[in-house]
Design a protein around this ligand. Structure first.
Ligand code: PNS
Length: 163
């Protein structure tokens, strides 16, 4: 029997409660979910790839069928390499749709065997994004309910060190 494996890709700079909600829900639909952190030298992330991977590992330690990896290059190549069949993406609002639709169609053109599965965000996470979270943390705002509890202190420490 083939395992149903899904890849949940993203920048995760850093992981938010919205991301974690998608990971938890998708881990119930698939045999294995691989959270894939983009390692892209062209982007200037706040957190290094190893920090982002470590944050996600910390938040998902109780989800036995969740693995965390990083990837560079094309997503579809990574999906093939790990033997997955699906890509998961979360949708928050209509504003996400255009980009997600384009990405899903491009990935379909590159690899017709891979399906993109969209999961609608939890209503409580509708307004959360990594960029707003970073801004709130930078200016010392309360990030409870935005970033998973497990990593709030790690993120505060990192920002304090930088200032
Ligand atoms: O969290 P993000 O930044 O919206 O995630 C975007 C991501 C990582 C899914 C996307 O940039 C990606 O898949 N990059 C890898 C390069 C690739 O495959 N590009 C072609 C499809 S657009």
């Amino acid at each position: 029997m083939t395992l149903k494996i899904a890849v949940y890709p993203g920048s995760f700079d850093p992981i938010t409660c919205g991301h974690l909600d998608i990971i938890k829900r998708s881990s119930k639909l698939f045999d294995k979910v691989i959270v894939a952190v983009l390692n892209n030298s062209q982007k200037k992330p706040m957190f290094s790839v190893s920090e982002r991977v470590a944050f996600i590992k910390k938040c998902t330690k109780d989800i036995p069928n969740c693995e965390v990896m990083s990837f560079g290059g094309l997503l579809v190549d990574f999906v093939h390499e790990v033997g997955a069949q699906s890509v998961i993406r979360g949708l928050r609002a209509i504003s996400d749709f255009e980009y997600e639709f384009q990405m899903a169609l491009l990935n379909k053109k590159l690899a017709p065997d891979i399906e993109t599965v969209f999961m609608v965000t939890n209503l409580n996470c509708l307004y959360i994004s990594s960029s707003v979270v970073k801004e709130i943390c930078r200016f010392g705002g309360n990030s409870e309910g935005l970033i998973p509890d497990e990593i709030i202190n790690d993120i505060k420490d990192k920002i304090e060190k930088e200032c």
